[in-house]
Write a protein that binds this ligand. Sequence first.
Ligand SMILES: Cc1cc2nc3c(=O)[nH]c(=O)nc-3n(C[C@H](O)[C@H](O)[C@H](O)COP(=O)(O)O)c2cc1C
Length: 184
Amino acid sequence: MKQFLNLGEFLDYAWSLLARGVADPKSVVKYPTFSTISEDGFPTMRTVVLRRADRIANCLEIHTDIQTNKVFSLKKNNLAGLHFWIPKAKFQIRASVVVDILTGSKVEDQWNKIPIQSRVSYGSIPPPGMEIDSPFDYQKHPKQDNFAVLRCDIRELDLLYLGTLHQRAIYTNANLWEAKWVAP
Ligand SMILES: Cc1cc2nc3c(=O)[nH]c(=O)nc-3n(C[C@H](O)[C@H](O)[C@H](O)COP(=O)(O)O)c2cc1C
């Protein structure tokens, strides 16, 4: 029976899952749900690819097209959430994040590392979400100007483990990290 005896060990485990998600294309951790608040106040969710999980820098990164609705939403309200459910590990990770939208020369290195065939995700005419006359009435014109890295600075992590005995803890980053067990 798996049990986490202290808050540090619980957090270490969550970060190990996140690291595996970045490294392993088959891991479900690679495909979190990213939630933003739309201009009219609705929570809006979509699947994204987790590109980086950096414990030292305390950030998670996502790549996107600057023309997408999530970017418009983030320009108005840069508070967002990331949700992961890892069935094999029986582990849920929820991260409350503050998002920095990085573009241009700041993301040139990342852009250069993206395989040519994968760049189609960054640039389409008309822009993503625009009405079109028929299903394939759009073209892909990938260019670096459309590419953005969403750097998500973690403010809170809420971890839940559904072991024989359930365990849940919240880690809050307000100047100093505070951690506590909470009732699951
Ligand atoms: C498996 C999968 C992975 C995806 N990865 C990304 C991604 O990394 N970045 C992204 O912007 N959209 C990604 N998408 C598309 C989004 O889910 C969404 O449809 C698109 O970004 C438009 O969202 P928005 O209008 O809410 O901004 C992915 C979709 C799926 C199904």
